[in-house]
Every structure is written in structure tokens, then in C-alpha cells.
Design a protein around this ligand. Structure first.
Ligand SMILES: Nc1ncnc2c1ncn2[C@@H]1O[C@H](COP(=O)(O)OP(=O)(O)OP(=O)(O)O)[C@@H](O)[C@H]1O
Ligand SMILES: Nc1nc(=O)c2ncn([C@H]3C[C@H](O)[C@@H](CO)O3)c2[nH]1
Length: 259
């Protein structure tokens, strides 16, 4: 009896302490246009702060959707680019679910032992899934009104159900001109993106500006309206320039310390 009571106390103390740690964690997403340099910046951040947890966008899952009970898979990213009217809704359900899974993963032990405030960084979020990509596909008529209503219904439900577990404390918006993104996209040469045109990147750029800078995009979650946004100009080359890297990292550290 005594052992059971002690056991119960310790297990609830462990849960409590883990909850406390979770409450201390700052969750931040890196947002920005296609090929602006999010992964590159995320790597830079992870190298500078190995104690933080930086999670990449789950693109390989989208390129390899496993068919249950068959030894095959589909490249949904390619299907979406090749036939957006047919596949955009399917793509957005899958991308959003995979982002949700990423946001819900428990923090690693390394993160919980972080010096200072533990920071969890995600490349994009369930919010850009909706307010950048899905909305854009709806406006391009690649998602129809019924699909859009269905997407918004389950998206709002999930965000409300998971509450603080998927709330962000900050957003880092990497900004460069659509022309710069187009050049970087071309240089990277990802097969699926070969048909991406400048006007698509221009539309996505405007969506980012409206959501994160002008605040003219209607969002449906109170916490999201108040999230602080750090805008970083990454039009400059930073991959091989340590002084630009140091300046960007200082801006990020200052931003995080104020969250
Ligand atoms: N500041 C920079 N200056 C010059 N080239 C850059 C810069 N940042 C990234 N690049 C290059 O641009 C290309 C795209 O970068 P990256 O893959 O990091 O973009 P991304 O934003 O993560 O793309 P996606 O939207 O597809 O996830 C890469 O070839 C990378 O080496
Ligand atoms: N339609 C659509 N919806 C999304 O939520 C989304 N997220 C990312 N992408 C595309 C951009 C890059 O090509 C590639 C990697 O970022 O995947 C998306 N495309």
C-alpha cells in the first residue's frame, strides 16, 4: 500500500515535472517562400545551438506515400505539382497531418537539458499549411469550395483540440524577393519543382506578406494573431559568409530572449 502510494507520488511528480518543462519550451516556426533558404537557415541554427531541437519539413514523407498492404509508394509532391486540381486537397490533408505529428512529438531529453530556455524550431507549421498553401490553392481554384470548407473545418477542430501543445511562441519569417527564390529553386534542381513558375512564387510571397507583415489575412485562432514575428532579410548570401550568419544569429537570440 505504502509502496503504491509512493509509486503514484513519484510518477505524478515525473509527469508534473515534464509538464513544467513543456511549459517552459518555446516553440518557433521558420516560415518563408519556396527555396528562400529555410532548411539552410535551420541547419545554421542547429549548428549554432546544438541544444535546441530543429525539425525539418517532412518532405520525404510526401515523396513516398506508402500504400498499405502493397510494396509500392506514390510521390504525392510530384502528383500535386503535375495535376494540382486533382491532388491539392489530398496533398494538404497529408502535409497538414504530417506537420501536426511533428508538432506533437515529445521534446527530446537533450532539449529538456538545454541551457537557458529550451527552444523547439519547426520548418513551417500547421498554420502556414492553411494560411499560405491551402488558401493559395483555393484561390487558384485547385481546391474547390467544398474541399476548402472541409479542410477548414477539420483544421480548426484539430488546432482547438490540441490547444497549447501546438501553439507557437514565435515565428521567424525569412524574406527574399520571389526572383531570388526562383534563382535558388533553379539552382537546387529538385525534380518535382521543375514546372514551378515565378508567378506562383509571387503569389506565395504576397500570402506571406499578408499573413506575417500586413496582418491582413483573416486567421481563426486568437493566439496566432498575437504571435511575435521576426522578419529576417535573407536576400543576401549567408551560406558562406560568417559575418552575415553571426548577425542573423544575434537577431534570433535577441528575439528568443524577448519571447
Ligand atoms: N542566403 C542564401 N544565399 C544563397 N543561396 C542560398 C541561401 N540560402 C539558401 N541558398 C540555396 O538556395 C537553395 C534553397 O535553399 P533551401 O533548400 O534551404 O530552401 P528552403 O526554403 O528550405 O526550400 P523549401 O521551401 O523547398 O523547403 C539551396 O540550393 C541553398 O543552398
Ligand atoms: N501545395 C503545397 N502545400 C503545402 O502545404 C506545402 N508545403 C510545402 N510545399 C512544397 C514547396 C516545395 O516545393 C516543397 C518543400 O517545401 O513542398 C507545399 N506545397
Amino acid at each position: 500500500m505504502l509502496m503504491r502510494t509512493i509509486g503514484r507520488f513519484f510518477s505524478s511528480a515525473a509527469v508534473y515535472s515534464s509538464m513544467q518543462q513543456n511549459l517552459r519550451i518555446k516553440r518557433v516556426s521558420i516560415e518563408g517562400n519556396i527555396a528562400v533558404g529555410k532548411s539552410t537557415f535551420a541547419r545554421l541554427l542547429q549548428n549554432a545551438r546544438p541544444d535546441w531541437e530543429v525539425t525539418s519539413e517532412p518532405i520525404s514523407k510526401w515523396q513516398n506515400v506508402h500504400h498499405m498492404s502493397q510494396q509500392s509508394s506514390s510521390n504525392l509532391l510530384q502528383m500535386m505539382y503535375q495535376d494540382p486540381k486533382r491532388w491539392s486537397y489530398t496533398f494538404q490533408t497529408f502535409s497538414c497531418m504530417s506537420r501536426l505529428r511533428t508538432h506533437l512529438e515529445p521534446p527530446s531529453a537533450r532539449l529538456l537539458q538545454s541551457r537557458g530556455t529550451p527552444v523547439q524550431v519547426y520548418e513551417r507549421s500547421v498554420y502556414s499549411d492553411r494560411y499560405i498553401f491551402a488558401l493559395n490553392m483555393f484561390e487558384l481554384r485547385c481546391i474547390n469550395s467544398t474541399e476548402w470548407a472541409v479542410y477548414q473545418d477539420w483544421h480548426s477542430f484539430l488546432v482547438e483540440q490540441f490547444g497549447h501543445q501546438i501553439q507557437l511562441e514565435g515565428i521567424i519569417y525569412l524574406r527574399a524577393s520571389p526572383q531570388t527564390c526562383m534563382e535558388r529553386l533553379g539552382r537546387r534542381g529538385r525534380t518535382e519543382e521543375q514546372g514551378v513558375r515565378l508567378d506562383y512564387l509571387e503569389k506565395l510571397h504576397t500570402r506571406h506578406e499578408n499573413w506575417l507583415v500586413n496582418k491582413s489575412t483573416e486567421v481563426h485562432f486568437e493566439h496566432l494573431e498575437k504571435v511575435p514575428v521576426l522578419v529576417l532579410d535573407v536576400g543576401v548570401e549567408f551560406e558562406k559568409d560568417p559575418s552575415v550568419q553571426a548577425k542573423l544569429l544575434t537577431e534570433v537570440e535577441t528575439f528568443f530572449s524577448g519571447l
